[in-house]
Design a binder for this molecule. Structure first.
Ligand code: NCD
Length: 319
């Protein structure tokens, strides 16, 4: 089946999801990102690969890390970046998403980086650009609803490859609020494509999407059992803002059963790494002693995220 993210030459046109993205494309993004980590060490942290390009950051939902790392990545590639503050823009006056896009196209946008609470918003924009003959403009999904967060998934894969080298013999556990997590969906898709033989999902039954097993994962409702012998622990934030109704007891009780403490982490392999996409809820899904401990690679994830976003943007622009 044709992948709508690839153009007819098989090159990346948009980055909307990691689901169905070919292995060689994912590996190529990770390979492209590696030299970009060195740019950050230089005194002049700039490469002219996106010189003269206009990139619009459209964040219809809150973000700190993702928005700023996209901005830094674009600036290090010498693009002109415009951050739209959507809460005070015309959207707040009732303008539709596609009208906003049309107006930014009239300003000669080259790329949109979009975060939206509605699953499917970046796909809708890409389809609109295609239908109106403006498919030279690229769309990057920076997180849509519960659907996908492809650059987060990619930076997570970059981090795992950095510390573990090879995906082919790993046991990886994703722990916590999988139900509301676009990050988990992108992680599972990428881990599967990259050939991780065992992907575990550890969560209370109320925070597991139905039919998650069809994504090729093993589910665990007991954290201690699930953590035994794993190489990588990927924690998820408890997404209170997406929680409709009472899916959970109190945060204190959640911490007691599902919080990653040093004692629970001991069940994983001694050299296991601990990841988290941020923002952290200390004392809810993760204990501070773990978050700040020797096995945590949470801040390197942020740093690698810049290089991975530089790789995605430069590849989309054909560089
Ligand atoms: C995640 C997100 O917004 O999807 N954070 C991020 O992008 N770093 C995860 C979350 O909010 O829990």
């Amino acid at each position: 089946m044709h992948n709508p993210q690839l153009n007819r030459h098989g090159e990346l046109q948009h980055l909307l999801t990691l689901d169905g993205l070919p292995r060689e494309v994912i590996v190529s993004i990770l390979d492209h990102a590696a030299p970009f980590t060195e740019v950050a060490e230089r005194e002049v942290k700039k490469l002219p690969l996106l010189r003269g390009k206009s990139i619009f950051n459209l964040f219809f939902e809150n973000s700190t890390r993702t928005r700023t790392t996209f901005e830094i990545a674009a600036k290090r590639l010498t693009a002109d970046v415009v951050n739209l503050n959507v809460s005070t823009s015309s959207t707040a006056k009732g303008e539709s998403l596609l009208d906003t896009i049309d107006n930014l196209c009239a300003m000669h946008a080259d790329m949109f980086v979009v975060r939206h609470a509605a699953s499917g918003a970046p796909v809708l924009i890409a389809q609109h650009l295609l239908a109106t003959g403006r498919d030279h403009i690229h769309v990057i999904n920076a997180g849509d609803g519960r659907h996908a967060h492809p650059t987060q998934g990619l930076l997570d894969m970059y981090t795992i490859r950095h510390y573990k080298r090879d995906f082919g013999n790993l046991i990886v556990a994703i722990v916590g609020d999988v139900l509301h997590s676009r990050v988990a969906r992108s992680q599972i898709a990428a881990l599967g494509t990259l050939g991780v033989p065992e992907i575990r999902v550890i969560a209370p039954k109320t925070l597991l999407p139905t039919a998650i097993e069809t994504m090729g994962v093993r589910t665990f409702n007991d954290m201690r059992e699930g953590l035994r012998g794993v190489d990588v622990v990927m924690m998820l934030r408890l997404q209170n803002e997406r929680m409709a109704g009472a899916l959970l007891p109190t945060p204190q009780e959640y911490y007691k059963v599902w919080g990653l403490t040093p004692e629970k982490l001991e069940l994983a392999k001694p050299d296991a790494i601990v990841m988290h996409p941020g923002p952290l809820n200390r004392g809810i899904e993760i204990d501070s002693a773990v978050a700040d401990g020797a096995q945590a690679v949470i801040l390197p994830q942020v740093t690698f995220g810049i290089a991975v976003r530089m790789a995605v943007m430069s590849m989309l622009a054909g560089q």
